[in-house]
Design a protein around this ligand. Sequence first.
Ligand SMILES: [Zn+2]
Length: 274
Amino acid sequence: MSAPSRWPEEARCVICVTVHMDGPAVEAGKGLNHLGIHSRGRYAARRGIPRSLEVLARHGIPATYFMCGYDAELYPGLMRDVHAAGHEIAAHGYRHEGWELGDEEVGLLERTHAILSDCVGEAPVGWCSPSGRKSAVTLPTLRRLGYVYDCSEKDEDLPYLASIGGAMAEDFIILPNNTVSLDDAPLYVQGQASAAEALANWLEELEAIAAGDGYLHFIIHPRAGYGSGTPARMAAADRFLAAAKAVPGVAFVTLKELAAHCLAQPGTWRSPRG
Ligand SMILES: [Zn+2]
């Protein structure tokens, strides 16, 4: 007899598909005009997000979309389209702040929270740091606002309870994304990979993770440039999702669903090594 599943739906492998919009907010955060090479974020709104919605709908896969407050102000209708398609809207900074924020941080977290909540009529409960920046006030502020997960960390294979204020929180979980080759941006930027090479990486990870711990966190950016918004790259993501669906015992869940599942039994998810 096989061991009981630790995942929702008694799955052997859980797959969380996340889409980081990274629209014009990225360039705005750097003080750039959205022109020429700096218009790649706008591609996410015009082409990449609709293309991703078509692929996910065809596969019947729910995803988590990480949105910046600035992008939601520019494209409120697009946010509502994503939400109406059944996907989770989660927070990803205001102008994709990857720099130290000091006294501004709490206000920016609150501002994006209010923008996204008002835009789609549902408050986000998940956050991913733009570029990995966090401070001592980040998680306490997110928890106060009602968030239950952060997926910024790359230090584990499995979810684990967060430490907040020096104590292990039983109401807030870290959902790590540790696998660099399951994130399109490093493959396409540092790796200079073709779409076929990126797909080959993803399929290798799928095989290994499905045979191992069974937690796969797949990240695409629907913008032009460093992301998967353009046709051949979105086709590679499409083929990956088709292959993942064909693996026996796989379940696709949003990060919000996975967080709720984990926090229903917090004792199972204590950090193994502190
Ligand atoms: Zn981002």
